[in-house]
Design a protein around this ligand. Structure first.
Ligand SMILES: NC(=O)c1ccc[n+]([C@@H]2O[C@H](COP(=O)([O-])OP(=O)(O)OC[C@H]3O[C@@H](n4cnc5c(N)ncnc54)[C@H](OP(=O)(O)O)[C@@H]3O)[C@@H](O)[C@H]2O)c1
Length: 305
C-alpha cells in the first residue's frame, strides 16, 4: 500500500487539513478555486474524467486517481494523472472525492471509506448508475455532502454531457463546485428530482453507445452498398459529426433539420420511410426504457442499505 505521504496531487503540493472540523466547516476558498480532487476507480469513466480534468486549464488540476488494479494505475499515469492504491488516504486528503467504481462495488468501498470520510468530509460526487444519494449517505454513516453525476465517456475529450443531482443539504457553493468541475469536461444539466437520473442515464450516460452502434450499422450498410469499407467509415463518421454540429445549438429543432434534408420524392425520403416502417422511433423508445429499467433495477439490487 502506498502511504498517505506518497499522494502527489498533480501540479501542486498537498496542504495540511484542519483537524476534525465538527460541525463541518464549508470548503475553504482554496478548495473552491484549486481543489484537491480524488477519483476512486480508474476504469472507463474514472479515467475519462481524470484525463479530462487533468487537461483542463482551470480549475488548476490537483488530481490523484486510485485503483486496486496496477494496470489501471499505469494507464492513468500514462495519461498524466497521478495514481495510488490507497483509497483511505485519498479520502482523507481530497476536497472533492469522485466515486467511479461499478454500482455493485460501491457499498463495499463505502464501508472502507466511512471512517476516513467521517472526519475529512469532502464534497462527494458519485457517478455510479442507479445508486441513490440516500443509500450512499447511509453507507457512509450519514451527513455527507453528496452530488450524483451521470457523465459520459466523451468527457475524455472534454466533450462530455453530465446530468447532476444534489442531495439534501449540499450548500449552493459546493453545488457550484461540482458544476465547475464537471463543466471542465462536459456540458452540465441539473435535474430537480433524483428519479430523473434513471432517464438521464438512459439518454446521455448510455447515449454514446447508441451512436456508436448507429455508426457501426451505417458503415456496414455503406460497405454493403459497394463503398470500400474505409471510405464508408470516413463518410459515416464525418457525416455524424457534421449533423451533430448542426443539431448542437438547438436553434432549429431536429425534426425541422431532418425535414430540410428530406426532399419529396428523393433518396433520403425513401430511406426515412424505410426506417419508420421498421419503427425506428419505437426501437429507440424501447432501448431507452430498457436502460431506464436497468438503472432502477441497479438501485434495487445494489443500492438497498
Ligand atoms: N462507462 C461509462 O460510459 C459510464 C458512464 C456514466 C457513468 N458510469 C459509471 O461509472 C462507474 C464506473 O464505470 P466504469 O465503466 O468506469 O467501470 P470500470 O471500467 O469497471 O472501472 C472501475 C474501476 O474501479 C476499480 N475498483 C472497484 N472497486 C475498487 C476499490 N474498492 N478500490 C479501488 N478500485 C476499485 C475496478 O477494479 P476491478 O476491475 O478490479 O473491479 C475498476 O478498475 C459505474 O458506476 C458506472 O455506472 C459509467
Amino acid at each position: 500500500m502506498l502511504g498517505k505521504d506518497s499522494l502527489k496531487y498533480n501540479g501542486a503540493r498537498r496542504r495540511d487539513k484542519a483537524p476534525f472540523p465538527w460541525p463541518r466547516a464549508p470548503l475553504t476558498l482554496s478548495a473552491m478555486t484549486d481543489p484537491r480532487i480524488g477519483i476512486i476507480g480508474a476504469g472507463n469513466m474514472g479515467l475519462a474524467l481524470g484525463a479530462g480534468l487533468a487537461a483542463a486549464p482551470a480549475p488548476r488540476a490537483r488530481l490523484v486517481i486510485s485503483d486496486r488494479n496496477a494496470e489501471k494505475r499505469a494507464r492513468a499515469e500514462d495519461l498524466g494523472v497521478s495514481a495510488t492504491d490507497d483509497n483511505e488516504a485519498l479520502a482523507r486528503e481530497s476536497d472533492v472525492l469522485i466515486l467511479a467504481v461499478k454500482p455493485q462495488h460501491l457499498k463495499a468501498l463505502c464501508a472502507t471509506l466511512a471512517p476516513a470520510l467521517e472526519r475529512a468530509r469532502p464534497l462527494l460526487i458519485s457517478v455510479a448508475a442507479g445508486i441513490r444519494v440516500e443509500d450512499l449517505d447511509a453507507w457512509l454513516g450519514g451527513g455527507q455532502w453528496i452530488v450524483r453525476a451521470m457523465p459520459n465517456t466523451p468527457a475524455l475529450l472534454r466533450a462530455g454531457t453530465s446530468v447532476l443531482y444534489a442531495g439534501a443539504g449540499v450548500p449552493a457553493r459546493e453545488r457550484a463546485l461540482a458544476e465547475t468541475l464537471l463543466a471542465t469536461v462536459s456540458r452540465v444539466f441539473w435535474v430537480p428530482e433524483e428519479a430523473l437520473m434513471d432517464a438521464a442515464t438512459a439518454v446521455s450516460g448510455s447515449g454514446p453507445a447508441y451512436l456508436f452502434l448507429f455508426l457501426e450499422a451505417l458503415i456496414a450498410a455503406g460497405a454493403k452498398a459497394g463503398l470500400p469499407p474505409a471510405l464508408a467509415a470516413d463518410l459515416a463518421r464525418s457525416t455524424t459529426l457534421g449533423a451533430a454540429r448542426m443539431a448542437e445549438g438547438g436553434d432549429v429543432d431536429v425534426a425541422t433539420l431532418r425535414a430540410r434534408v428530406t426532399s419529396p420524392g428523393g433518396t433520403t425520403e425513401r430511406a426515412i420511410a424505410s426506417l419508420l416502417a421498421d419503427d425506428f422511433p419505437g426501437m429507440m423508445a424501447r432501448a431507452v426504457a430498457a436502460a431506464c429499467a436497468r438503472s432502477r433495477q441497479l438501485s434495487a439490487e445494489w443500492g438497498a442499505s
